[in-house]
Design a binder for this molecule. Structure first.
Ligand code: SF4
Length: 412
């Protein structure tokens, strides 16, 4: 059952910041109820919680000092233990097509990439929810990076609130680094804060969460979130899909489709399938026929995406290649099992158009997505923060950045 009113689970504890014990607790990510507790703790009246929520989420302040309807002594007491939780990007890179990519720090010392995609009157932010990813999809640069940690709600919100183009945002997609269903508490809390009246009061129609499909997370998302859902499908045949998306072996597309058919997709919540096209691998008539068969009768759309070649990556500066103990949680096979001699090729435009037309003529809405930000590795599947930390520290700081053509600050 979809909840129309955001229901936010209380945080079990203030978000931990082990790497910097001196760091204060971020207010970003707290509900008015939790802010009431903060207000009581520092001797402010309960109504100050609502004021703080408005400063945090509607006005988007970057410092407690900007909360000017709180008394100065109250702000000082608040600042002793708390901070807003905003962190500016460490570096940025701009594509010739207007797409921008930002490198954001996380509270636990990680780095994630966030992409802003302008398109006429639309402005879309593609946010990350994990540092790296456990899913090890063969075609994805983040998958090559391995998993280095979860993002907190404050980390995810920071990408949105500290985005230089924040005022131009019309859409948010969880399609950056990481698997949202593998960090679902933080993802749900983020979307609920964005949709809440005291937050941005955003419609769920402006928020899309993407997944390769994790059994437990997907069911919970479907029951608790009214936001759009995008499934990374990429191949309709189980064995072939498993060869590029190891998570298929834990939760098959067939099972996933059975679950998806139990929900209503004819209302405002939209279901889409992402189909990255690899030339000669998943663009044949056989694949198109099977895709039509699988999706028959399901209210959905298919987004075809051009695959982009990724460069081999250096050894991880953060330790390990993603085969950490935490992979056991989602039972994704180690990457060594995946070396099946697959080689990826970029798709042929004519072939892609024929594939799209085949689906369209059989009643499945299908579009070929324009590729954005490829020259700065911001296109689908290209995000990676496996950059040595020293290099990231040396990247040009955010303050007063030049926006000149070709202004590339990343040192990847
Ligand atoms: S495609 Fe998504 S789920 Fe797969 S490795 Fe990349 S970020 Fe993770």
């Amino acid at each position: 059952m979809i909840q129309t009113e955001p229901q936010i689970e209380p945080q079990t504890a203030p978000q931990a910041v082990p790497q910097a014990a001196a760091q204060k607790t971020p207010l970003l990510g707290m509900t008015p109820e939790e802010l009431k507790g903060v207000a009581a703790e520092v001797g402010m009246p309960a109504y100050a919680a609502k004021q703080m929520a408005q400063w945090l989420y509607q006005k988007g302040v970057a410092s407690i000092d900007e909360m000017t309807n709180l008394s100065k002594p109250a702000r000082e007491r608040l600042s002793e233990r708390y901070e807003i939780g905003r962190m500016a990007p460490l570096a940025e890179q701009h594509s010739k097509d207007g797409t921008a990519k930002y490198l954001f720090p996380t509270r636990e010392g990680g780095r994630v990439e966030t992409v802003f995609i302008p398109d006429d009157d639309r402005g879309t932010i593609c946010v990350s929810c994990q540092v790296g990813c456990k899913m090890a999809c063969r075609f994805c640069a983040t998958g090559q990076q391995g998993f280095q940690g979860q993002l907190s709600t404050a980390d995810i919100l920071n990408q949105i609130y500290s985005l230089p183009e924040r005022d131009r945002l019309t859409n948010i997609v969880f399609m950056g680094q990481g698997e949202p269903m593998d960090n679902l508490d933080a993802v749900l809390r983020t979307t609920q804060l964005l949709m809440a009246d005291y937050g941005w009061a955003w419609s769920p129609r402006r928020i899309t969460v993407s997944t390769v499909g994790l059994r437990k997370g997907l069911k919970r998302f479907l029951d608790e979130s009214p936001c759009h859902l995008a499934i990374s499908l990429h191949n309709p045949f189980p064995e072939e899909r498993a060869a590029i998306i190891p998570a298929e072996r834990s939760y098959s597309l067939t099972e996933m489709l059975d679950l998806l058919r139990q929900y209503d997709w004819t209302g405002q919540r939209r279901l889409s399938f992402e189909y990255t096209v690899f030339g000669g691998l998943n663009d044949s008539n056989r694949h198109a026929r099977e895709l039509v068969r699988l999706l028959q009768g399901l209210e959905c759309r298919v987004n075809m995406i051009r695959w982009h070649r990724i460069a081999p990556l250096p050894a991880s500066p953060m330790g390990g290649d993603g085969a950490s103990g935490r992979q056991e949680e989602t039972q994704v096979p180690p990457r060594g099992d995946l070396e099946g001699g697959l080689s990826f090729h970029e798709a042929n435009e004519t072939r892609m158009a024929a594939f799209r037309d085949y689906l369209t003529h059989r009643g499945i809405r299908c579009t070929i997505r324009a590729s954005r930000g490829q020259d700065i590795d911001a296109a689908c599947g290209l995000l990676n923060t496996k950059t040595p930390r020293s290099a990231q520290r040396d990247a040009r700081p955010f303050e007063n950045p030049s926006r000149g053509e070709g202004s590339i600050y990343f040192t990847r």
